[in-house]
Design a binder for this molecule. Sequence first.
Ligand code: SAM
Length: 174
Amino acid sequence: MGVFHGVTARNVCELLYSIHGDNFKYIGLDLFHENDENKDEIIPNTKFKNPLKNIYFNYIKRQNPYSIEAVEDLLKKFKNNASLIKGNSNVILKKIDMSKIDYVFLDGGHDYSTVMNDLNSCSEVIQNDGVILCDDYDLSYAPGVKKAIDEFSLKNNLKCQIICNNRFAKIHKN
Ligand SMILES: C[S@@+](CC[C@H](N)C(=O)[O-])C[C@H]1O[C@@H](n2cnc3c(N)ncnc32)[C@H](O)[C@@H]1O
């Protein structure tokens, strides 16, 4: 969740392919669009500092890298395994069948209410012995992430391991 330009999505698919061959499914969900509804969410700078990247996307690919089309293109090698959804996790997650999902990488909205929604919507994954790995656990400018993770883990009596210098929270059954 939270695909942005798709760099992590591509790396995850490469890793899954190296382990499982063609036998895996990846779903990526993102707004892929800045608007008034999500202006308070933390969306990384969509302008590249590296001028070569600007030239590549503007004149060679002719794509907005923060778009579902550009990320689909980046993942085209995995077109049978990867699917992307454009939308708000606060709406979309409630419609997704979680019963076959065994791993969630949570790096979408960083607002307390969005993180809490995302965790609650994915809680079935943990009940089925899966894992939710949350990025940006301890960001000073996004304190809602930590607050939501701590509350969710405590309330549901889950194990929450903080790893990689406080960057990630790995939530699973006790
Ligand atoms: C920190 S970036 C993700 C970076 C990505 N995981 C990576 O490693 O490259 C956060 C992403 O979450 C998305 N996002 C923010 N709020 C969201 C929401 N409510 N629903 C879906 N996506 C959201 C933003 O559009 C942005 O692309």
